[in-house]
Design a binder for this molecule. Structure first.
Ligand SMILES: [Zn+2]
Length: 173
């Protein structure tokens, strides 16, 4: 696959893919980065964009390559929206560090295809809950729970009346 000019790290799943040791479903590849399908997609069409040379964290990544990751992600996001998959929006997500949710320690930029009601969401931090005096109130399985809670938190921040709809919230962390 890629040539020896790239730096690979042992025990890195993306390096094993990039060096041809492991199979993958390639979406795109150039001399700086590669896009592939995630093997554990959060929605159909979940793509990862990774640098061809190993970089554990953003701080280890050449800034020019970082720009390329984003440029490629932009093009793939456009492609996803016209692919025929259900894709009404796209999230770009990059976890830099374990506390940020990084699980594979080779920089990777996720593209999550999104559609209304898909149930994917981010949880609000304990810090924000503390700052706003809001509480987590049960579980909302009807999707976009993060958005619903964020709206309520913003309302409280602005000292406006809280949303009068039945309490909705998110799972305890
Ligand atoms: Zn690697």
């Amino acid at each position: 696959m890629l040539g020896a000019q790239f730096e690979y790290m042992s025990d890195c799943i993306f390096c094993d893919i990039l060096s041809g040791k492991l199979p993958s479903s390639l979406v795109y590849q150039d001399d700086r980065c590669t896009a592939l399908m995630d093997i554990q997609p959060i929605n159909p069409g979940h793509v990862l964009v990774v640098p061809n040379s190993h970089a554990t964290y953003l701080a280890d990544l050449d800034e020019g390559v970082g720009s390329d990751l984003f440029s490629v992600a932009q093009r793939i996001a456009t492609a996803l929206r016209t692919s025929g998959l259900r894709c009404e929006g796209v999230n770009l997500f990059l976890a830099d560090g374990e506390a940020a949710g990084q699980e594979v320690f080779h920089v990777h930029l996720h593209l999550f295809p999104r559609f209304d009601g898909d149930g994917f969401g981010f949880r609000v931090s304990a810090w924000l809950l503390e700052q706003t005096g809001a509480v987590r109130v049960g579980h909302d399985s009807s999707a976009n729970q993060g958005s619903a809670l964020n709206r309520r938190l913003i309302l409280r921040r602005n000292n406006q009346p809280a949303d009068r709809s039945p309490a909705r919230g998110i799972d305890p962390a």
